[in-house]
Design a protein around this ligand. Structure first.
Ligand SMILES: Cc1cc2nc3c(=O)[nH]c(=O)nc-3n(C[C@H](O)[C@H](O)[C@H](O)COP(=O)(O)OP(=O)(O)OC[C@H]3O[C@@H](n4cnc5c(N)ncnc54)[C@H](O)[C@@H]3O)c2cc1C
Length: 473
């Protein structure tokens, strides 16, 4: 056990996903020479779920397959602003923000989600009663309190049970890899409640936001696209952060450096590593998923650790598939297919990446991505060959795709996708309230799981950790 205090103050960040790296970068901006920084990452690469596979294509071409996030929302500014702060503004592209050709599986048939008035009137997805109920949304009284509810309750209350069950639920389930009946609205999509509270309805809220954008454009403001990503995939953001941090002599970046547990010693933390000497830190940011944080904090913060262990995490995996365009014969143009759990299929969703972003595949080729693990967790246990065979069976049955891919990549994250049950934010407040001084949590398990949410939480934790090491002695 280490007992001597170092003269140099130190902050340790545990976890080198986008949260930990954003925290580390924000710390370097804030603490200057006041403290050294160590970032510990258990895996052999940086970025956690942010990873872009570069798959070699024909004639020197390549497929760019994002294993995790493919793009990020810009309404929450943090990822967009960080990209600019890192000098990546010319690397940003619009991944095709306009939603179209989205299908949902209904009783075994892919049905188009009605996203324009003509599709809405003719869609067999909803009965006439379901359509009228959806159109009545502006007249449903607004809930104006701050209490949480599930995404499913919110959508049923405002848009009707049928729309919720037939397509809104499956879309929300696909986006958040969750069951809308249990997922917290206030953690996952607080903007929906804000629109209801401020404007009285989702329709009025959407119109007000569209008008605000129109006015901003009329004033000559340049507005970002609704979503953004990077020319060479989401990992560009990670690579830029690692480049900047590596160039800083006060920053010690360690891969294959899993932390095992934290102990509080006087006003410092001793961090036991899977291998090698323990580290001493004056402040620690734990930027791992909550289930990993629970193990790390069991000695230093047992009450918080118990709360962390209760946050559920489900399995998720993605399979990227590269095809020759000539081999792909689809019955309709398809950008995405959502598969509700009630359909009892072995895959959860399909996105046709190259339909949205043609540059992700060489000319004459296509790139698609299948999500699995939520509806059928056993899929995560299959080896690559068995997984590919199972996915090909599903694609044949669902959209008649017979083609064999020319290449593929698999990514699996067992027990790593956080589920924010209703009341989640109150429980996170309580977990944080019970943390000892100098110890901070950040990341997708807490206050939103999108990349901008993770960056915001990393930056907020950095601000608090910086206050510890820059406070007058
Ligand atoms: C398939 C998929 C698609 C997604 N799509 C989108 C999207 O389109 N847009 C969007 O905004 N978001 C998306 N997300 C969500 C977003 O990517 C994640 O929430 C975010 O990347 C999580 O970042 P993080 O740093 O908090 O956690 P992670 O990426 O999980 O990183 C945590 C890191 O901690 C490390 N670690 C764990 N334990 C230890 C330990 N004991 N010691 C040291 N290191 C440890 C892990 O190895 C890991 O690298 C998607 C996620 C997935 C999985």
């Amino acid at each position: 056990m280490l007992t001597t205090r170092r003269t140099q103050l130190r902050v340790v960040v545990i976890g080198g996903g986008i949260t930990g790296l954003a925290a580390a970068w924000a710390l370097r901006q804030r603490v200057g020479a006041a403290a050294a920084l160590t970032v510990l990452e258990a895996a052999g690469r940086w970025g956690g779920k942010v990873e872009t596979h570069v798959m070699p294509g024909p004639e020197g071409g390549r497929f760019l397959a994002d294993a995790g996030p493919e793009s990020f929302i810009t309404r929450k500014r943090e990822a967009w602003d960080l990209a600019h702060a890192l000098g990546l503004q010319d690397r940003l592209i619009d991944p095709g923000s306009e939603a179209r050709n989205i299908y949902v599986l209904d009783a075994g048939r892919p049905l188009k989600v009605p996203l324009n008035p003509v599709d809405f009137v003719t869609s067999p997805l909803l009965t006439l009663g379901g359509k009228l109920r959806l159109l009545a949304e502006p007249f449903i009284p607004a809930r104006r309190d701050d209490g949480d509810e599930s995404l499913g309750e919110f959508a049923s209350r405002r848009l009707g049970r049928e729309a919720m069950e037939k397509f809104i639920g499956p879309i929300l389930a696909g986006i958040y890899n969750t069951d809308p009946a249990t997922q917290s609205l206030l953690t996952t999509s607080p903007v929906m409640r804000e629109m209801e509270k401020e404007n009285g309805s989702l329709v009025a809220g959407a119109l007000a936001r569209m008008q605000a954008k129109r006015r901003a454009r009329a004033r000559g403001e340049q507005l970002p696209p609704a979503f953004a990503t990077f020319r060479e995939g989401a990992q560009e953001l990670v690579d830029a952060l690692v480049r900047r941090l590596s160039a800083d002599l006060r920053c010690d970046l360690r891969l294959n450096a899993g932390a095992r547990r934290l102990r509080r010693i006087d006003d410092q933390y001793e961090i036991e590593l899977a291998e090698g000497e323990p580290l001493l830190a004056d402040a620690v940011i734990v930027a791992t998923p909550a289930n990993a944080a629970a193990g790390l904090l069991r000695d230093a913060a047992p009450a918080s650790a118990a709360g962390l262990a209760r946050i559920r995490h489900t399995d998720i995996g993605t399979l990227s598939l590269a095809y020759r365009s000539a081999d792909v014969r689809l019955p309709f143009r398809l950008n995405g297919l959502m598969i509700p759990r009630r359909e009892k299929r072995r895959i959860d969703a399909l996105t046709w990446t190259s339909a949205k972003m043609p540059d992700r595949a060489p000319r004459g080729y296509e790139l698609a991505r299948v999500f699995f693990g939520a509806g059928a967790p056993a899929m995560l246990t299959l080896d690559d060959a068995a997984l590919l065979a199972a996915v090909r069976d599903e694609l044949r049955a669902l959209i008649g795709l017979e083609a064999a891919p020319i290449d593929y990549r698999v990514s699996r994250w067992p027990a790593s996708f956080p589920q924010a049950d209703v009341g989640h934010l109150d429980r996170v407040d309580e977990i944080e309230r019970r943390l000892p001084p100098g110890l901070f949590l950040a990341g997708s398990s807490y206050r939103g799981l999108g990349v901008p949410d993770c960056i915001r939480q990393g930056q907020a934790a950095a601000q608090r950790a910086a206050a510890v090491v820059t406070a007058p002695a």
